[in-house]
Design a protein around this ligand. Structure first.
Ligand code: BGC
Length: 879
């Protein structure tokens, strides 16, 4: 019998404050059966059935849309699922699954409130307190909370949740998320307090000012909005909403400044969190100000370019929360003789911040902590690559006999090393730790092989992902960027979604990508994008197509494609308007970014992407049943392809000889038939002329190994991957890398540091190569030729056993459960074991191994493909 487990609504386990009118359900199958033949979903609210799907003939167990009575706001819906397997046996889910709606169409009763400052930049973190009393028994309480800024909410002195940097960074011109928390157990009879810290964050800190001549692009000061809904045993209810009964607690401030790029200044003399328990008002408290009158006027006046005199829409939190994920201890602490400062090494470049413990402290002690990814030759901290980001914590100690634990609040750093000055006495290892912070996503992928350096590379890729998954997919976590660069995102999303379960994370980002897209304009080059003038760049803006495509392949998500179909289509028109009628476009602002003296023309890049993306979207249109669109896009794509061939080929030769020119041509299938082999040769010759080293940049590098595989040169791909000299993936490892670097030579033993203007030591883009580990070394690949295959309902297994490896193993936890592909080279044979989860089928491609596949129990299909039903298999491949 099959049973449904791991029940999710809109990719989340039991979400609160969910405002999707038609949420999608998913679950995993476990048990003896092979396939779900029918499912039945029953949804109840207040013990009444609001939707009973009846038994539906369908093998899918995800992306099932709710189709019952309209959902009501603030209501809890329980759901369960029954699955009937191929033998007619029915299993019912036993785990508790529910979703609770939030506001849906309902308006907030709360007000946006603000603190002391009308204009606010690098000012103290605001504090709010609302005192209230409860004299009846509480049965349920929910806190709905958001900010234009970043907030932390507390009830009776305790943090309401482990979430950090809420409400996250969205396109604040259009949308801001709210969070919903079950706070029933945090309240008590009698006196209670709801308190908040409110920082500037991504809303009005340095980030949205840096490219705006220092002026804020979203708004000049942060604001908070909250509703606490209380339900009593006697059936009555009450709401506490942000208004002028909330007080701001002014001077003295403990957090003097907390800014994402700049760091934090903290004065311990002003007490930690005790203010939020005070029953009596402080003399320096004032009622919070409402967002009205002059505040409102000044707010919109401060950024006239950006507002239509409207605050953003408050939307539910479709993203994933940012949390503390782990802590690392120092591997060494050294005191520098010259300066008396400590250098703390955590042995791993990471994203987060420090947490320290002071056993006792004295007023007058100032501890300054600077963060760096590397050390200079003389052992001092290297910070030049941070550019304008100061990335410094300053802690003013107070007199205290008790131990104090401190961690900054609204800032984060990219670092491996700390430089600590002013530490009182000797700094010991148990007094300082690194707190690793990122979006909290379950790990879904693992790869290991017999080459230890490739394993280290895989670890570096994972750390690159951890370091750049802080609410948005960022380019780097340390310097004054930390932006959701679209190019970096599109090259890495496929690898990222093997490593972690990330549909929420990318759904949120894709919403922001599209909310920035104005009719007649392109997609900006990073998201969220705070500014008005939108520059769009080929290979970057195309994230708008590539990211939803990965969501379709990995999770079967069609909703994003449906929702944004028209905007996506509009982007083609925007490009074509600039093409001067010949379908050759030129919007590749960044070219093949950071290529190694092997440039590709902007026209070639842009036109290749246009041809590729129109073809991809034609395919999407077909899958969505949009026949006319599919035809129109197919024709457009073919015409662009023809124009490309006319412009960039001469006598069946690609005019441009760069590696990336050949890679893009092959990747988007743009070569005339008669020229195909020449393009392959051009790539191989270029590689050979460099001793089989890559020279590609951000756009070419992620394609290199997979294209080599596609053209039958997997051995060469293995050779390039395993090169340990410059340039290549393993070279930074020989130089001590613990994350992916922006450049292959960001630092070398021979020449020291690379160009300081662009020298991040935590830049995941080149980590895209990890997809080749899953998809080629172990051969696990999603299929999307038909809608039925998507979301790993049916997938391909086509490993390519590299002669230089003894073994390799990959696990990918798909929505249907773990897919494992693992091979080991023995004396006379290769043993390949794989596992196909219940509810799915694998198509297996292993040329020349028909007998071995048959013996292993696979069923022969057409074109050398074999079918594997759910189960475990072992194939013995003679060598
Ligand atoms: C970022 C890149 C990004 C690029 C655009 C850089 O500053 O760090 O990763 O894609 O700009 O060329």
């Amino acid at each position: 019998m099959l049973k449904a487990v791991n029940l999710k609504t809109e990719y989340k386990t039991n979400p609160l404050g969910m405002d999707e009118p038609c949420p999608r359900f998913s679950y995993e199958l476990q048990g003896d059966g092979l396939f779900q033949k029918k499912y039945r979903i029953i949804v109840q609210a207040e013990k009444k059935v609001v939707w009973d799907s009846g038994f539906v003939k369908d093998e899918r167990c995800n992306q099932i849309p709710y189709n019952g009575k309209p959902l009501k706001p603030f209501t809890c819906y329980d759901w369960k699922v029954q699955v009937r397997d191929e033998n007619g046996k029915v299993g019912t889910s036993t785990e508790k699954a529910f979703f609770e709606t939030g506001f849906l169409e309902k308006k907030w009763s709360a007000n946006w409130i603000l603190g002391t400052y009308g204009h606010c930049y690098r000012k103290p973190v605001q504090r709010f307190i609302r005192r209230f009393s409860i004299d009846k028994k509480i049965v349920k309480a929910r806190l709905y909370t958001t900010a234009l800024g970043v907030y932390e909410a507390y009830l009776n002195g305790k943090k309401v949740s482990a979430d950090l940097f809420s409400p996250g960074w969205t396109d604040y011109h259009h949308r801001v998320q709210y969070q919903a928390y079950d706070v029933t157990k945090m309240l008590k009879r009698g006196f209670n307090t709801l308190a908040d810290y409110l920082g500037e964050g991504w809303f009005c800190g340095t980030i949205p000012r840096l490219n705006n001549l220092g002026e804020p692009a979203y708004g000049p000061f942060p604001m908070l909005m909250q509703e606490l809904h209380l339900f009593y045993e006697d059936g009555t209810s009450e709401k506490i909403v942000s208004d002028n009964q909330f007080h701001t607690v002014n001077h003295p401030y403990s957090i003097i400044m907390s800014d994402i790029y700049m760091g934090e200044i903290y004065d311990a003399n002003e007490g930690a969190d005790s203010w939020m328990l005070s029953e009596t008002e402080f003399s320096y408290e004032t009622p919070a100000k409402l967002f009205e009158g002059d505040f409102k006027k000044n707010f919109f006046k401060a950024c006239p370019d950006y507002h239509s005199k409207k605050l953003p829409e408050v939307v539910w939190n479709s993203g994933a929360p940012v949390r503390e994920i782990m802590t690392l201890e120092p591997v060494s602490i050294k005191k520098r003789k010259q300066t008396g400062t400590y250098i703390v090494d955590f042995g791993q470049n990471l994203t987060g911040r420090e947490r320290f413990l002071l056993k006792k402290s004295f007023r007058g002690t100032t501890i300054t902590i600077r963060h760096g990814e590397m050390l200079n030759e003389d052992g001092s901290l290297y910070t030049r690559n941070l550019r304008q980001a100061q990335a410094t914590t300053v802690y003013y100690a107070a007199n205290s006999r008790k131990q104090v634990i401190y961690e900054p609040k609204f800032t984060y750093y990219g670092f491996r090393y700390l430089e600590i000055s002013g530490w009182p006495g000797e700094l010991k290892k148990d007094q300082i730790e690194a707190v690793v912070i990122h979006s909290d996503l379950p790990d879904t992928g693992h790869f290991e092989c017999s080459n230890e350096m490739i394993n280290k590379l895989f670890s570096n890729i994972l750390w690159g992902q951890r370091g750049n998954f802080l609410d948005n997919p960022t380019d780097c976590p340390q310097r004054d960027e930390r932006l959701g660069w679209t190019g970096d995102t599109q090259v890495f999303i496929n690898e990222a979604t093997y490593n972690m379960y990330a549909p929420e994370f990318y759904t949120k980002w894709i919403h922001d990508l599209n909310s920035c897209k104005e009719p007649g304009l392109g997609y900006p080059h990073y998201i969220p994008f705070a500014y008005k003038k939108c520059r769009f760049a080929a290979g970057w803006a195309d994230a708008a197509f590539i990211c939803p495509d990965v969501m379709l392949k990995k999770y079967g998500d069609t909703r994003l494609l449906e929702t944004y179909f028209d905007k996506m289509k509009d982007y083609f028109q925007v490009q074509l308007k600039k093409s001067e009628g010949n379908l050759i476009v030129q919007n590749a602002i960044f070219g093949d970014w950071l290529n190694l003296d092997d440039p590709t023309s902007k026209e070639l890049i842009s036109t290749a992407y246009l041809a590729g993306m129109t073809a991809l979207m034609a395919h999407h249109a077909e899958l969505l049943g949009r026949k006319e669109d599919a035809e129109e896009l197919k024709t457009l794509s073919l015409n662009v392809k023809k124009a490309y061939q006319k412009e960039f080929f001469v006598k069946n030769e690609l005019k441009e000889k760069s590696q990336t020119a050949a890679l893009l041509t092959l990747h988007f299938d743009l070569a005339p038939k008669a020229a195909y082999q020449n393009v392959c040769n051009s790539l191989l010759e270029n590689l050979a002329s460099r001793g089989n080293h890559l020279a590609t940049g951000f756009l070419g590098t992620p394609l290199l190994l997979k294209i080599l595989t596609n053209i039958g040169k997997t051995d060469l791909a293995y050779e390039i991957l395993q090169k340990t000299d410059y340039p290549g993936w393993l070279y930074p490892i020989t130089q001590g890398a613990t994350t992916m670097w922006e450049r292959w030579n960001s630092w070398t033993e021979e020449n020291g540091f690379g160009d300081i203007n662009m020298n991040s030591f935590n830049h995941y883009a080149y980590g895209a190569v990890g997809e080749w580990f899953y998809e080629t070394i172990c051969g696990i690949q999603p299929l999307s030729d038909t809608l039925d295959q998507t979301g790993f309902k049916q997938f391909l297994l086509a490993p390519e056993f590299g002669t230089s490896l003894q073994y390799a193993t990959a696990t990918y936890v798909s929505q249907y459960g773990p897919i494992v592909s693992s091979w080991q080279r023995e004396e006379k044979a290769i043993f390949w074991a794989f596992c196909v989860p219940p509810g799915t089928t694998a198509l297996v491609r292993l040329p020349g191994q028909d007998t071995a596949l048959k013996e292993a129990g696979l069923i022969k299909q057409k074109n050398g493909i074999f079918l594997a039903n759910p189960g475990e298999y072992l194939v013995e491949i003679e060598q």
